[in-house]
Design a protein around this ligand. Structure first.
Ligand SMILES: C[S@@+](CC[C@H](N)C(=O)[O-])C[C@H]1O[C@@H](n2cnc3c(N)ncnc32)[C@H](O)[C@@H]1O
Length: 203
């Protein structure tokens, strides 16, 4: 059996995220997660919301760890990872009620974030929601000193990484036919942003 990769941050943030998701996903039957990482969020959220099916996705290098977490958990409503690379590969022809992603927008390049919003629109059923968790700037400003330090570390690691502006994400959502519908403050200066695809019109 493969070793279980561990992301301690998921244990710290999962219950605050779950509280918001329980509300946002109360009528939802299917979720597509972008950038499932280790898979720890997926098994936790799927176990806590047995009325829906949680589909994981990742770049191929991370599939083994996600499979190991799913195999180790007795959670029938979580699915093995699909290949998803923002802007290049979406290995599914299905649509979903919700797309969820955590801590991906600051890891992807600006261009990849733009591609993710276009992909999300195609992945969502009419009326579906996009829930994006992470640290975000407000009007070009950091919301805390810790986010400024985090951002400097990201940019030192790779110049294309960095905390994104919430307003810029709203422009991307708007450009892809989605509207901001809710925003949750989360611990440690993070937020959960929620956009909705219209129920009717262009699908
Ligand atoms: C900081 S990790 C977050 C993982 C997990 N969602 C979490 O909160 O623990 C960022 C994830 O984004 C994925 N990622 C980075 N660039 C990507 C891209 N272009 N397309 C899809 N996923 C990407 C990485 O493989 C990584 O697992």
């Amino acid at each position: 059996m493969s070793a279980l990769p561990d992301s301690p941050a998921t244990t710290r943030n999962r219950n605050a995220i779950l509280e918001a998701l329980r509300f946002e996903l109360r009528d939802c039957k299917s979720v597509f997660e972008i950038g499932s990482g280790t898979g720890q969020h997926a098994v936790h959220f799927a176990a806590a919301m047995p009325w829906l099916v949680w589909h994981t996705s990742e770049i191929p290098e991370n599939h083994e760890g996600i499979c190991a977490w799913i195999n180790s958990a007795d959670v029938p409503n979580v699915r093995m990872p699909l290949e998803y690379i923002a802007g290049s590969t979406v290995r599914t022809g299905s649509r979903f009620d919700v797309v969820f992603s955590a801590n991906t927008a600051h890891i992807m390049s600006v261009g990849e974030v733009g591609s993710m919003f276009a992909d999300v629109f195609r992945l969502l059923n009419p009326g579906g929601k996009f829930c994006l968790y992470g640290p975000f700037n407000e009007s070009g400003r950091y919301t805390s000193d810790s986010n400024a330090t985090f951002d400097a570390g990201l940019r030192a690691r790779k110049t294309s990484m960095g905390i994104r502006d919430r307003e810029e994400l709203n422009r991307l959502a708007d450009g892809n036919g989605m509207v901001e519908c809710r925003r949750y403050a989360m611990p440690a200066n993070n937020q959960l942003l929620v956009w909705r695809k219209p129920a009717q019109g262009i699908v």
